[in-house]
Ligand binder design. Structure first.
Ligand SMILES: [Mg+2]
Length: 239
């Protein structure tokens, strides 16, 4: 770590899959939304929702749809695919807003995340960077103990660019007051979004990934450090 002028270095943390448990929040939000609309609410529907949602998010990343369309069209597609007999009598706008409300309430932390970020806040300045919808991510972070520990929250929906795009990392560095990128460690669970984007922006990177995931072969995706859980992060940052 490079320290500049006695100022604390920054840690730039991805939220979902790194410190927040998005899988659980999403599963509970999908089940709650479907049950409230008297639609089948089970693991199969959650799996189908995830497939449909992933297609819409990759379309959004390609610029082939908008965040506003994604909100309702993912539900329209799920209904047509899984329960076509209900297509005519489901209020898609109501489903979409119920889902966002459920999801926004799902501020589940991953194990050790609160303790680790609290510990890091003693030696580092904390910033968060996340690909997602502002009205989902802002309340989720706000409802967690992580909110008070961070100084910056950058959300792709608000910036108009998603990781790994250079624009979102530039927005984060601006919000941090333009520190030397070499003093800002990017920590995340996604090689393509967090590690590739962080590296391209000149940030040292830490990849959080289960041990069974193979190391990336592409040098552009290779992090400075890899850890299996967030609990190992303070040790890595102490170097
Ligand atoms: Mg993530």
């Amino acid at each position: 770590m490079v320290r500049s002028g006695g100022q604390s270095p920054w840690v730039l943390l991805d939220l979902d899959g790194t410190v927040l448990d998005y899988d659980r929040a999403e599963r509970e939000a999908v089940l709650g939304t479907l049950a409230a609309a008297s639609l089948p609410a089970d693991g199969d529907m959650v799996a189908r929702y995830r497939q449909v949602n992933a297609r819409h998010w990759s379309a959004l990343e390609r610029g082939a749809t908008t965040a506003a369309r994604l909100r309702t069209e993912r539900w329209a597609e799920l209904i047509v695919e899984a329960v076509p007999e209900r297509e005519g009598d489901v209020d898609l706008a109501a489903l979409a807003s119920a889902y966002v409300a459920h999801l926004a309430a799902g501020a589940y932390l991953l194990p050790d995340a609160a303790e680790v970020v609290a510990e890091l806040a003693g030696t580092h300045r904390i910033a968060y960077i996340t690909n997602g919808l502002a009205d989902v991510q802002r309340p989720r972070l706000a409802a967690s103990p992580l909110a008070d520990l961070g100084e910056v929250l950058i959300i792709s929906d608000e910036v108009g660019a998603a990781k790994p795009a250079a624009a979102i990392f530039q927005a984060a560095l601006r919000a941090m007051g333009e520190p030397d990128p070499r003093t800002v460690t990017m920590v995340g669970d996604s090689l393509s979004a967090d590690i590739a984007g962080g590296r391209a922006a000149g940030l040292p990177t830490v990849w959080v990934a289960p041990a069974e995931q193979p190391d990336p072969t592409d040098p552009a995706l290779r992090p400075e450090h890899r850890i299996t859980t967030i609990g190992e992060l303070p040790g890595v940052l102490r170097g």
